[in-house]
Design a protein around this ligand. Sequence first.
Ligand SMILES: Nc1ncnc2c1ncn2[C@@H]1O[C@H](COP(=O)(O)OP(=O)(O)OP(=O)(O)O)[C@@H](O)[C@H]1O
Length: 317
Amino acid sequence: MPLAVNVQGVNKVYASGHPALQGVDLEIRDGEIFALLGPNGAGKTTLISIICGIVNASGGAVTVGGLDIVRNFRQVRGRVGLVPQELSTDGFESVWTTVKFSRGLFGKPPNNAYLEQILRQLSLWEKRHARIMELSGGMKRRVMIAKALSHEPDVLFLDEPTAGVDVELRRDMWEMVRGLRERGVTIILTTHYIEEAEEMADRIGVISKGEIVLVEDKDTLMDKLGQKQLRLQLQQPLTSLPDDLRELALSLSDDGHELVFHFDSQSEHTGIADVLRRLDQHGIDYKDLQTRQRSLEEIFVSLVHESVDPDPVREAS
Ligand SMILES: Nc1ncnc2c1ncn2[C@@H]1O[C@H](COP(=O)(O)OP(=O)(O)OP(=O)(O)O)[C@@H](O)[C@H]1O
């Protein structure tokens, strides 16, 4: 499968001496939605800024669509679109002028029909004559996306696209990103919202302290690490667990009303039948039971748990 982006052995040491990225290898497939997850300060923005040519790497190599980002800087800039975390655009200009100007910056010939299509997709068409400063925060964010798409990039980077936006706009964004993927645009998004990665991504990468600690198909990840939990609500609360049940790794909730059992849903022998048989032997009745997949959030927390070292400066800001 062709690669949209190929990152090999990339390091970044900022002038402060801080090593923000260490030996990052990452291959982004053509046409996929890739979610890069990581805690504050993990290096997500640094990595996408390097790929987009905004920050220089201290070492390693990056290609976009097979083109080296340093040797073919201009061509690469034309192929990528970046929606930054911060809203950065001239508030006095109208939506239409902003988007048109942005396309011109990349040396693309005017194409009003294309720009109209983008603005309509982003529900901005009615607002095309409004000055950006007059728009709501969510609409401003849409303008940033329209700007990033104005020159028809093959690869779109979304840095925290839904940070601070309401639920409705978040859903709209997801819808729009899926629409872009259908048109063949490769999407790389960074996010703190596990739910977003779970909902949208084809593949997920986890970065922690400047190193990629995991890259996996979302579904495989969910299957592989997605342990399931069986919860049984008891008819009568228990004060303690019989020893043989404790040996089965069953646990009792503090109030004695619920039994919890963890099992591997991929395994031939999950142990559920044993648990239910033993409960029956002890005359322990239950009134309800549920199974639940371990969420990506739990997986993520367990992956970065060891290495999370919040940056006090950024935490405070
Ligand atoms: N211009 C800079 N000069 C010095 N250090 C920087 C600079 N930009 C980022 N850093 C540091 O590099 C590390 C990675 O920052 P980066 O912004 O890439 O992280 P991030 O994963 O995007 O974080 P967040 O989720 O908070 O946006 C952090 O420790 C940060 O303080």
